[in-house]
Design a protein around this ligand. Structure first.
Ligand SMILES: Cc1ncc(COP(=O)(O)O)c(C=O)c1O
Length: 466
């Protein structure tokens, strides 16, 4: 691709889109009067305005304007079974009819059962539930700091662990600094917190060794995703995670796997198991909730007990009003039981469809002479993922190895991926975020062919404006 901006094309697409979705446009006008930017989650607020969705089933959505839209966002990557899967919705419908659904604020049998499934499928000894991945990673960091009595938290550049204090550094690419990801993401944090966060490079074993050599005896934990999500949907190498396990053990730090994206995505359990690595703590979210807000910290009893009576309640991870909400845990139970019972076919299907999606998108653009590269391919440990991101490299020899590669605007056309592609594809009734998204067991080969044809029309359009 050439390094030209896409201002004119974006203006043209925005005009077309306003004609295509007048009801969503009108709702956006109302929304901006009462909500900041017209919504509550920046990523969902496509410019000039997002489609307002009225129903979602399987792979498809319908918007206010009556379009049927093929969706690859899939509940912010939570829906491995597609939108509103019967196995989950029927359990919820029954619960709301039998006086159980809103029975909040108590202990019950359900949470025992869900905790048992999570421990059994991940090898964790104890679990505590919460309501978001951000809270789960925050509690994991608090636990690590309390257990080790150390102050430093090591994370990788481009790693998103949610909007929690120790996650708000080194997420957005910033070319002028160190690894490319050293910035602080939010104002309002006490200065001590970003100072406690060390940012290292994903999949760079040499840098990890150097960082531990320099700071290892002060590191409370290294938090890392076995398959990095927002950083660009890439698998950690076997060597990288094995080194992380050895170094954390050697220096007395805890290894925390953030499995909010990778958990129950490659198998009915943690991705760490595929590497043969047991972290001290792991954070789960998204997929485990079956579309409902469920997250968890799971791990070694000795560490987890710090939140409870035996451990002197040293870490204030006391749940929250809606922790273990029965409706949420019912969805989690239905989803996880289904994934366990159908593990072979679900994960085979997700791998096959993920591969087909990557190849279909790449070849649709290649047919029009536009070089692309998809992320999400597997390595010698993880199979190809059900999530991907399509990148538009400036050079044919571009290689995707780290989040720096995926997010450095000198290497790939980020405006095209993040702004042009979603808008142009929406005009073709396809919804993507960050250059693509997730396939689910509800997607069919015909759906992926539909995506391919849409991509080819977008590619033609791009070729014509060059
Ligand atoms: C790897 C990872 N960890 C944590 C989070 C935060 O989870 P939540 O959005 O549920 O707070 C996310 C969210 O996308 C994530 O991708």
């Amino acid at each position: 691709m050439e390094r030209t901006g896409h201002k004119d094309l974006l203006t043209k697409l925005a005009k077309e889109y306003s004609r295509y979705a007048p009801k969503s446009a009108a709702l956006n006008k109302r929304a901006t009067q009462v909500q900041v930017d017209g919504g509550s989650h920046a990523m969902r607020l496509l410019e000039p305005f997002p489609p307002r969705i009225v129903v979602a089933e399987g792979a498809w959505l319908r918007d206010e304007d009556g379009h049927d839209i093929l969706d690859f966002w899939q509940g912010h990557h939570a829906n491995v079974l597609g939108h509103n899967p019967k196995v989950v919705t029927s359990a919820l419908a029954a619960a709301f009819e039998t006086r159980f659904g809103l029975l909040t604020g108590f202990a019950d049998r359900l949470q025992v059962e869900v905790a048992e499934i999570l421990c059994q499928q991940t090898g964790a000894e104890r679990v505590r539930f919460t309501t978001s991945g951000s809270l789960a990673t925050m509690y994991a960091v608090l636990l690590a700091k309390a257990f080790t009595q150390r102050r430093l938290v090591m994370k990788v550049g481009g790693g998103w662990h949610g909007a929690q204090p120790w996650g708000l550094k080194g997420v957005s690419f910033c070319a002028t600094r160190g690894t490319g990801f050293q910035g602080v993401e939010s104002e309002g944090l006490p200065q001590a917190i970003p100072d406690e966060v060390l940012v290292t490079r994903f999949n760079d074993t040499t840098m990890l060794r150097d960082d531990f050599r320099q700071h290892g005896d002060q590191v409370a934990c290294f938090i890392v995703e076995p398959f990095i999500g927002a950083g660009g949907f890439m698998a950690a190498s076997r060597e990288y995670l094995q080194t992380a396990r050895q170094l954390t053990l050697h220096y007395g730090a805890l290894l925390v796997f953030d499995e909010v994206v990778s958990g129950f995505r490659f198998r009915a359990g943690d991705a760490g198991a595929l590497y043969g690595i047991r972290p001290d703590l792991a954070a789960f979210g998204k997929t485990i909730g079956g579309g409902m807000p469920v997250a968890a910290v799971a791990g070694r009893a000795e560490v987890m007990e710090l939140v409870g009576r035996k451990g002197g309640s040293r870490v204030k991870f006391s749940g929250g009003s809606y922790s273990c909400h029965p409706a949420s845990l019912l969805a989690a139970k239905a989803q996880m039981e289904y994934l366990v019972a159908h593990e072979t076919e679900v994960y085979r299907q997700l791998t096959t469809l993920g591969e087909l999606t990557r190849q279909t998108m790449e070849s649709a653009f290649a047919k029009e002479g536009i070089h692309t590269l998809s992320s999400g391919y597997g390595n010698d440990v993880l199979p190809g993922s059900s999530i991907n991101m399509l990148l538009f490299p400036y050079r044919e020899d571009f290689q995707l190895l780290t989040p720096e590669d995926a997010h450095d605007p000198a290497l790939t056309d980020i405006e095209l991926r993040e702004k042009v592609l979603p808008l142009a594809l929406l005009l073709e009734n396809v919804h993507v975020v960050h250059g693509s998204g997730s396939v689910t067991t509800a997607h069919t080969e015909a759906d992926i062919a539909f995506l391919g044809e849409a991509c080819q029309r977008v590619a033609k359009r791009l070729k014509n404006v060059r």
